[in-house]
Design a protein. Structure first.
Length: 382
């Protein structure tokens, strides 16, 4: 492979932007092609929980987690299941948040600010790539232009541009799962606690997105259930929430911006080939129960950059192979944990509720287990 001087990136979501920040330099220019307009990209209000490993990486680009830019600290993670008293509370010491929450659009905005200041990155909005011709190394955009590429990165989320050059490992059990996302105001102050609640119909989570009573609700389950929740009027929705989540935050005062997403649980068997690299959701997509999809990718990006630097910035087969070898184990292990959590808690077999309740209490009372759990989700240790 000749020395790569330019990379084309398809998809300017958080992963495409962060990849560009990591790798753009006077020897390597990056061109990002994003389908959405800037406004549509930055108004998305899905909340992302960010782990310490992600915050450490953002710090490298002088992005500090402060409230002015929309980062909300998480003081504790409260995990419980419907129909039992078992629960576990995970936290670090009093003054150290266990993670941060930020709205997707706010995260994109802080990354865009850095990208726009980098003269080695070019970014086009409202530019959809319609087709990639792998054999002739070019792609076509929505204006009908054909562009040649030296090296191409797919960070197009669940896009549809990858051909059968790439094969997915999929999980049929997750085919019919959806997530409902809404912004809610609760009666009681959330005290910066993130809640995770397992119900037989699927897990739900609440992430604080201000300092008082506003949270983002993610409620997952089979399509039929999620469609029904979406169609409910305000009163019935609030009632269903209370019935499933319990009263720890009182009743809901407001429910806004309800939206549903299909959930996928799949990963590519190989994420890099010749002059192609696939990143983020396009490479691995997991149920949001553990809030790990983006955090895992940030660790992928960090690892890729370190390997590339170790190879004197020469982007060749060796870098792509080393990168895949370095990241496969953690990715598969997280996919398994996530799927285990969803399936393990989403059933009501006789006696199992009690067992799970004991498990949660065990976790809550065992300092070593707690430390291991926090470490894995904060820093991705495998
Ligand atoms: C409900 C929910 C909650 C989640 N919560 C968390 C969490 O708490 N913590 C966490 O770590 N992760 C979480 N995730 C996962 C996280 O959202 C993803 O890991 C992350 O968004 C992946 O970013 P991405 O840039 O790869 O893809 P995306 O965010 O999907 O971005 C892809 C971009 O590519 C653009 N694009 C697509 N096709 C084309 C094309 N043909 N041409 C040009 N542009 C194109 C799209 O417009 C989009 O802007 C959650 C996911 C869901 C669904």
């Amino acid at each position: 492979m000749e020395k790569v001087k330019k990379i084309d990136v398809i998809g300017g979501g958080p992963v495409g932007l962060l990849f560009a920040l990591f790798n753009a330099s006077k020897n390597l220019s990056i061109s990002i092609h994003e389908r959405l307009s800037k406004n549509d990209l930055t108004i998305q209000n899905k909340a992302l929980a960010l782990s310490h490993s992600t915050i450490d990486v953002l710090n490298k680009f002088d992005i500090k987690p402060n409230q002015a830019t929309g980062f909300i600290p998480i003081s504790k993670i409260h995990t419980s299941q419907k129909g039992s008293f078992g629960r576990a509370i995970l936290s670090l010491n009093e003054n150290t948040p266990i993670g941060f929450v930020i709205k997707y659009g706010d995260l994109v905005s802080v990354l865009l600010e850095k990208v726009c200041k980098n003269s080695f990155i070019e970014l086009s909005f409202s530019k959809e790539i319609k087709k990639v011709n792998f054999s002739s190394n070019n792609f076509e955009d929505n204006d009908g232009h054909k562009n040649n590429y030296d090296f191409i990165v797919f960070s197009d989320g669940i896009g549809n541009l990858l051909t059968d050059k790439f094969t997915f490992h999929t999980h049929d059990d997750f085919d019919n799962l959806f997530g409902l996302v809404a912004e809610v105001d609760s009666e009681l102050n959330h005290n910066n606690v993130a809640y995770e609640r397992f119900t037989p119909d699927g897990p739900m989570a609440l992430l604080p997105i201000d300092d008082y009573r506003k949270s983002t609700l993610i409620w997952t389950g089979e399509k039929k259930k999620v469609d029904r929740l979406l169609a409910l009027g305000d009163t019935e929705f609030k009632y269903m929430f209370l019935k499933n989540f319990g009263e720890r935050l009182g009743s809901l005062k407001l429910v806004n911006h309800k939206k549903i997403f299909p959930l996928r649980h799949q990963y590519l068997n190989s994420t890099a080939l010749e002059n192609i690299l696939v990143l983020g959701n396009a490479a691995h997509s997991m149920h949001p129960v553990a809030g790990q999809g983006f955090n895992l990718t940030v660790r992928d990006l960090n690892s890729f950059n370190m390997i590339l630097e170790g190879n004197k910035s020469l982007l060749d087969d060796q870098v792509l192979n080393l990168y895949q070898d370095a990241r496969r184990k953690e990715m598969i292990s997280l996919m398994q944990i996530t799927s285990g959590l969803v399936k393990g808690f989403s059933n009501n077999y006789f006696g199992i509720n009690k067992l799970r309740s004991i498990g949660l209490n065990l976790l809550d009372n065992n300092a070593f287990l707690k430390k291991e759990f926090i470490s894995r989700f904060s820093y991705g240790k495998d």
